[in-house]
Design a protein around this ligand. Structure first.
Ligand code: PAF
Length: 283
């Protein structure tokens, strides 16, 4: 596996592959790999001749009070895992390589970036869209793979690719869960043992919401949201930031419960950790 730090090096590597007629899949990540990341890499391998994984903790998608400094990092472990997963090149740029002196141009999102996570993380999705745009330009992949856990991010990237005429395909990969249902996340490492045990309440709440939605007499979105919120907040230290039934395409709050609905969750644990999860209410 090739390891590239400089933009020029990964660009040259990808151009050489393209000259040989090889297709390229990109998996953008912030590292500290778990099985969810490895599933993205394995999926990417089925989609193209060569797989590039970018590993960059992108400072411009973190707010001033967020966990940029403490975000978990382990480059050597990540590198070994990526190589074992069959990744062809790992792109690990420095902050100055991505945002050099005088950097000031950003992708600014519309309504899709404002609600849900965007409401409590102003500017977050502009930062995501900006770095993803740069990665798309640098690597010029045929296809890019994103996880469904960050479903708002996924919807935003799809919108951006359509709106800005990027010439690539976006493929999504289902959420990978621990055996007790907790969605895998690099941020799970912030949880104490007790919080980790209690954190299964997010998954249980999603299952509860599904059961409610599929009853013969359909509940209102508000009833589902209230039940979910109460069931999570029974756990000491767990505060629901949002529990919202949305239309999975537009991300707008659902007017009625139907096959297009998805329940999206963001929960703060112990005031320090923020977990997100989601599940469709049907299927
Ligand atoms: O999902 C992530 O890990 C990040 O938001 C991404 C897409 C790599 C951009 O920094």
């Amino acid at each position: 596996m090739k390891r590239c730090i400089e933009v020029a090096d990964i660009r040259e590597c990808c151009q050489a592959w393209r000259r040989r007629g090889l297709s390229i899949a990109l998996v953008p990540t912030m590292g500290f790999f778990h099985d969810g990341h490895l599933a993205l890499m394995r999926r990417a391998k089925t989609l193209a001749d060569r797989v590039v994984v970018s590993l960059f903790v992108n400072p411009i998608q973190f707010g001033p009070k967020e966990d940029l400094a403490s975000y978990p990092r382990d480059l050597e472990r990540d590198s070994a895992l990526a190589a074992a997963a069959g990744v062809d090149a790992l792109f690990i740029p420095t902050v100055s390589a991505m945002y050099g002196d005088g950097f000031e141009t950003k992708v600014v999102l519309g309504a899709l970036g404002q609600g849900l996570c965007g409401a409590s993380r102003p500017g977050h999705f502009d930062g995501v869209a900006t770095v993803v745009t740069k990665l798309f330009h640098i690597v010029a992949p045929d296809v890019a793979v994103f996880g469904e856990k960050d479903f708002q991010q996924l919807a935003i990237i799809r919108r951006m690719v359509a709106d800005l005429d990027f010439n690539l395909r976006i493929v999504s990969q289902p959420i990978v869960r621990e055996s007790d249902g907790l969605a895998m996340s690099s941020r799970n490492t912030y949880l104490t043992t007790e919080e980790r045990q209690a954190a299964t309440c997010l998954y249980r709440a999603l299952v509860l919401a599904k059961t409610m939605a599929q009853r013969d007499e359909r509940p209102t979105a508000a009833a589902i949201e209230r039940t979910v919120r109460d069931s999570i907040e029974e756990n000491a230290g767990f505060t629901v930031e949002y529990a919202t039934v949305v239309d999975r395409a537009s991300l707008a709050p659902a007017a009625k419960i139907d096959e297009n609905c998805l329940l999206a969750l963001a929960v703060r644990v112990g005031g320090r950790v923020r977990l997100i999860d989601n599940a469709p209410l049907f299927g």
